[in-house]
Design a protein around this ligand. Structure first.
Ligand code: ME8
Length: 667
């Protein structure tokens, strides 16, 4: 094994279900981890959930659950989503696990024994959303991170001597790689230069946390608890020899990947805690920007969330991964929209790499009986082919340099320049015309053209395997190269494609998406529908190539006409809304009682963001009355309310201009 490489995501709060903002960080880390594994590094990739603190305690209370029940449910959602998305994390740490709690107490003891903790009294402002002490603020002042009003906290606390580390921290930031990108580094430097006050690191007015050693009336400040996950998960503070060895091997982390809003905790508090404990510091803290939806940061509190489920079910994991890495300039904020996703998918994947792979392989099938033609020196001796070979070598080195500088979008752009160059090369050399001719020179040129195209496809697949693990594995297998996971990326160079090998079964990897693709994703979003089983993660475990969910597209999108009998199966009725109320803990859902003539039905509808409950009572709507019942948030929903779905997923209820009797059938 080569050098070790340890990378972490933030551990996500369990006050809300995962959305594609969380998926973004996790995908970025997964991609980096996969590349490191391909380069032969002994890689450890950690993610997990942050489960203590007042914010979680309050969210659980609102949901009518104990904090542990609540945390168990949401942590399971995160874990399952990462499995469905094929995320290759080596561990998943939960801060409510015993191993974590004991080791955090050990860290607290060590910092205290080193003289950096003292008891004091805190009166000041606190932001419960960010779990942040806001120094120098007055009652009612907003939180500097999220803008919500702070609350006054007055209690006996343990304090951490953060002020003792000001100079040491500033020395650390002199290393330009420690905090990235530059803008974040400057932000941190100016924050620390403006002066550091000691930090309260315990709370005594609630109990959902890890008890302070020897003083269990206090619980440890949730950020000290959470940040420590990066060392507890790999064995810090354990008495087991194996765990200790893992800690020795993997710590310090090579990259802590975070969103830009938690820079202060990671770049100021975390290194100070480690310095106080006498532990080595992480090598780099890398902060990315936010995914925006409709111009705002995607977040639960704003209610402008898109989940990964609908996208991965309809277009597949790789489409989401490619889109996020290609479309968002890493470090900056980036907008998400279904339109942009589908456009990128079609342009770069369906029409780009997918089309190049399938036309190249289909022609090898047709003209060389599915055997990669041998590229004899005379055959490749044509100048445009040589230009492709040279371009490919340059792409390999540029892609690698850009990728290792976290410039994923540029790296992919560079890789796609090769796809574009080969497309052009194919058009110029017209292999389909060469294929019609039988003379030796034409056959040799045809062999050279198809070999050149196939080797370029191989190179793009190898480079982008960390980004699109499933589809590139399929392309690799179609090229007859076997299991891509066995390929050592550091050896990649032009011309390694062995002539004479037999192609695997050639199938399209990225079928074109059409208008209905967006509608289907939006519809799933609106319904807040949990995805069906987990076909992708399960299929991955087998040795068979994974059929991409996108392959289902043509069937669903085929001109798909139904007969009048099919339509007659849908029982559409006029309903009168009698009761409408919000569903606790679900931003999008309303519970409705709807009179459909013969009976009053309970329905759960994803329309809470578009309609206030009180505006719905007395309104006539259209109901699908014969849908099988299903449960949403524990409530049985008997039927579906019909609505138009607008851009961004906003529902608009179907209604009538004339008066219609309740229970009337629509046909
Ligand atoms: O902050 N765009 O957890 P959290 C991009 N528990 N990334 C986003 C995003 C968006 N719109 N929304 C969330 C916490 N993220 C703490 C961390 S670490 C010791 C403790 C990603 O659930 C991004 O990585 O609020 C961000 O930093 C993280 O989720 C915040 O997750």
């Amino acid at each position: 094994m080569g050098k070790k490489f340890y990378i972490t995501t933030p551990i996500y709060y369990v006050n809300a279900r995962p959305h594609i903002g969380h998926a973004y960080t996790t995908i970025v880390c997964d991609t980096i981890a996969r590349r490191q594994r391909m380069l032969g590094s002994d890689t450890f990739f950690l993610t997990g959930t942050d489960e203590h603190g007042q914010k979680i305690e309050r969210a659980a209370q609102e949901a009518g659950k104990t904090p542990q029940q609540y945390a168990d449910e949401i942590a399971t959602e995160f874990r399952k989503l990462w499995q469905r998305m094929g995320i290759s994390n080596d561990d998943f740490i939960r801060t409510t696990e015993e191993r974590h709690k004991k080791r955090v107490q050990e860290l607290f003891r060590r910092i205290r024994d080193n003289g950096y903790i003292y008891k004091g009294h805190y009166t000041g402002q606190y932001c419960f959303s960010d779990e942040l002490y806001v120094d120098g603020a007055k009652p009612g002042d907003p939180c500097p991170l999220c803008g919500r009003p702070t609350e006054t906290v007055e209690e006996e606390n343990y304090f951490f001597k953060l002020s003792a580390f000001q100079d040491k921290l500033l020395e650390l930031y002199a290393n330009p790689d420690f905090v990235r990108p530059e803008t974040r580094r400057n932000e941190v430097i100016s924050f620390v230069r403006s002066g550091l006050r000691d930090l309260s690191i315990s709370r005594s007015t609630f109990s959902w946390g890890i008890p302070v050693p020897d003083d269990p009336k206090h619980v440890i400040y949730v950020w000290l608890d959470a940040l420590a996950n990066y060392i507890t998960a790999i064995g810090y503070g354990s008495t087991h020899a194996g765990a200790q060895a893992a800690f020795e091997k993997y710590w310090p982390a090579d990259v802590h990947m975070i969103g830009k809003e938690i820079v202060r905790f990671h770049c100021v508090y975390w290194p100070a805690f480690l310095l106080a404990a006498g532990l080595p510091l992480p090598k780099a803290i890398v902060a990315h920007g936010w995914l925006l939806f409709e111009e705002n940061k995607m977040s639960k509190s704003r209610g402008n969330i898109v989940r990964a489920d609908s996208i991965i079910e309809v277009l597949g994991n790789d489409a989401l991964r490619y889109f996020l890495l290609r479309e968002v300039v890493f470090g900056q904020d980036g907008s998400f929209s279904f339109d942009a996703l589908v456009q990128r998918y079609n342009a770069d994947l369906a029409n780009g790499l997918g089309n190049l792979a399938s036309r190249t392989l289909t022609m090898i099938g047709r003209y060389f009986a599915g055997e990669i033609p041998t590229a004899s020196p005379s055959a490749v001796d044509n100048s445009s082919g040589n230009a492709i070979a040279e371009a490919a070598q340059t792409v390999i080195s540029e892609f690698s340099a850009l990728f290792d500088q976290f410039q994923f979008s540029r790296a992919l752009e560079v890789a796609w320049s090769l796809v574009g160059a080969v497309d052009k090369y194919i058009v110029e050399n017209e292999p389909w015309s060469l294929g019609e001719k039988q003379d030796e020179a034409s056959r040799a040129r045809l062999a050279a053209v198809l070999y050149t195209s196939a080797d370029a496809v191989r190179i793009v697949a190898a480079l982008t395997h960390p980004v699109m693990p499933e589809s590139t594995a399929r392309i690799w297998a179609q090229l007859g190269l076997g299991d891509i996971r066995k390929f050592q990326l550091s050896t990649l160079q032009w011309g390694q494609l062995p002539g004479g090998i037999q192609l695997g079964k050639v199938e399209p990897v990225f079928p074109r998406a059409d208008k209905s693709t967006i509608e289907r994703m939006q519809q799933m979003e609106n319904e807040g529908r949990a995805p069906a089983a987990a076909p992708v993660a399960e299929a991955q475990a087998t040795s068979q190539p994974v059929p991409s969910p996108a392959e289902k597209l043509p069937a669903a999108a085929s001109d798909g006409k139904i007969t009048i009998d099919d339509f007659a199966k849908v029982d559409l009725r006029v309903g009168l809304i009698k009761v409408a109320e919000k569903v606790k803990g679900a931003d999008k859902l309303l519970r409705l009682e709807v009179d459909i003539g013969a009976e009053v039905r309970q329905l759960v509808a994803g329309i809470a963001e578009a309609y206030a409950p009180e505006t719905l009572v007395g309104r006539k709507v259209v109901i699908v009355a014969n849908l099988a019942p299903r449960k949403l948030r524990g409530l049985e929903s008997n039927g579906m309310i019909v609505a138009a779905s607008l851009e961004g997923g906003k529902p608009v209820l179907a209604s009538f201009l004339e008066d219609v009797p309740v229970g009337a059938r629509l046909k």
